[in-house]
Design a protein around this ligand. Structure first.
Ligand SMILES: [Fe+2]
Ligand SMILES: [Fe+2]
Length: 382
């Protein structure tokens, strides 16, 4: 009847009753929402399992594995812990490293490994304050805005760009330099390594020393900001310009926005060269490389996951947190979002929503099932 082998209806009713009873002993995480059985027809084995666990929770005063305890454990976790114990983000991190080790050009491979494994923003005299593994893919509530998001973001683009590169080879017989594509994409958001997980607010913020982003003419506010942190470092270390231009192509389209009223790739490189106190490398319009196109049109064109799914996931995670009695945008609600997104990602949340016929309740039940039993999404910390 519910699409899974769960036993008689009475168990389902008891599960719902258990959810309602839970409000009698929860202090901070109270389920006060009136449950509507008709809206729970879709939810799935996971919802039944959660309800059943709460039946037993309702029968005890302090269940050892209660949702409340699990939530408290989540609030106590650091971003580093979340990324290090998530199968999803660990897999992305390791797959990304495997792509780096497959770079044929030793000079480029060593540069990327040094930037990823031993990161230092020497142009700003800043050591890394978190691991590459834990780093987020963006600021708060944007794309890949969770522990491990940077690796997921990079891996998606590398896989898409290499697939595109294969397509060009099949169609045109053109063989691109895959090293430049992989290295450019993995480095393109290197500056986000310093985006901080603020444990006090549960938000992600830029550090105080970070150059402010500005501009609107060549693109969104992508002068300065995390791009400048990377370009200044590449220029300060005298990294080959082909790689610098490849990485910078993520934020500036070198075909149509090389220079727009003082903004664009060449002005951004001039700005970074000033920080690095070195001469500015210049992209010549007549010497643009095909490899850069793939960097531009993966990162700059965004993806479904990047904004549509991400925005939806944050909205639904906030609703779920509210249902659990957590204040919207509180530290606890935000850390709950870090945790769930680090386990399943935003696109998976959207997939559940779409496949359930665009029912928000199904997503909430899915999120609760992750909270109730995150073990299938986790790996031991090493
Ligand atoms: Fe970026
Ligand atoms: Fe990016």
């Amino acid at each position: 009847m519910f699409g899974c082998e769960v036993g008689p209806m009475s168990i389902f009713s008891q599960a719902l009753a258990g959810l309602a009873r839970l409000s009698s002993f929860q202090h901070r995480f109270v389920f006060v929402k009136k449950l509507n059985a008709n809206r729970l027809v879709r939810p799935l084995c996971a919802a039944i399992a959660l309800g059943a666990s709460l039946v037993s929770a309702g029968a005890q005063t302090a269940p050892p594995a209660s949702l409340q305890q699990r939530l408290q454990a989540i609030f106590d976790m650091s971003a580093e812990d979340m990324a290090a114990t998530s199968a999803f983000t660990k897999r992305a991190y390791e797959a990304q490293l495997a792509h780096i080790y497959r770079i044929q050009n030793k000079q480029i491979r060593d540069i990327v490994l040094e930037f990823v494994l031993n990161p230092k923003a020497t142009a700003f005299e800043q050591a890394a304050t978190q691991s590459w593994l834990a780093s987020p893919g963006s600021g708060w509530r944007s794309h890949h805005s969770y522990p491990g998001g940077l690796s997921v973001h990079n891996l998606e683009w590398v896989e898409v760009a290499l697939g595109w590169s294969d397509t060009w080879e099949k169609v045109y017989g053109v063989k691109l330099d895959r090293d430049l594509i992989v290295a450019g994409l993995i480095l393109h958001d290197w500056g986000k390594l310093w985006f901080l997980f603020d444990d006090g607010s549960g938000k992600i913020r830029e550090p105080d020393w970070y150059p402010k982003a500005w501009g609107t003419k060549a693109n969104w506010k992508w002068m300065g900001g995390h791009g400048a942190v990377l370009y200044a470092e590449l220029i300060a270390r005298g990294i080959p310009t082909d790689l610098l231009f490849s990485a910078a192509s993520a934020h500036f389209d070198p075909y149509w926005a090389l220079e727009k009223d003082g903004e664009g790739m060449n002005p951004a490189l001039r700005e970074a060269a000033e920080i690095a106190k070195k001469p500015a490398p210049v992209v010549k319009p007549e010497e643009r490389m095909a490899e850069w196109w793939l960097v531009t049109f993966t990162d700059e064109a965004w993806s479904f996951s990047t904004m549509v799914a991400a925005r939806f996931a944050f909205e639904l995670l906030e609703e779920t947190a509210k249902d659990l009695g957590l204040k919207p945008d509180s530290r606890e609600a935000n850390k709950l979002a870090w945790f769930v997104l680090s386990r399943v990602g935003d696109f998976k949340i959207y997939e559940v929503y779409q496949k359930a016929g665009f029912h928000r309740e199904a997503v909430k039940q899915f999120v609760r099932s992750v909270l109730d039993d995150p073990a299938p999404y986790e790996v031991p910390k090493r």
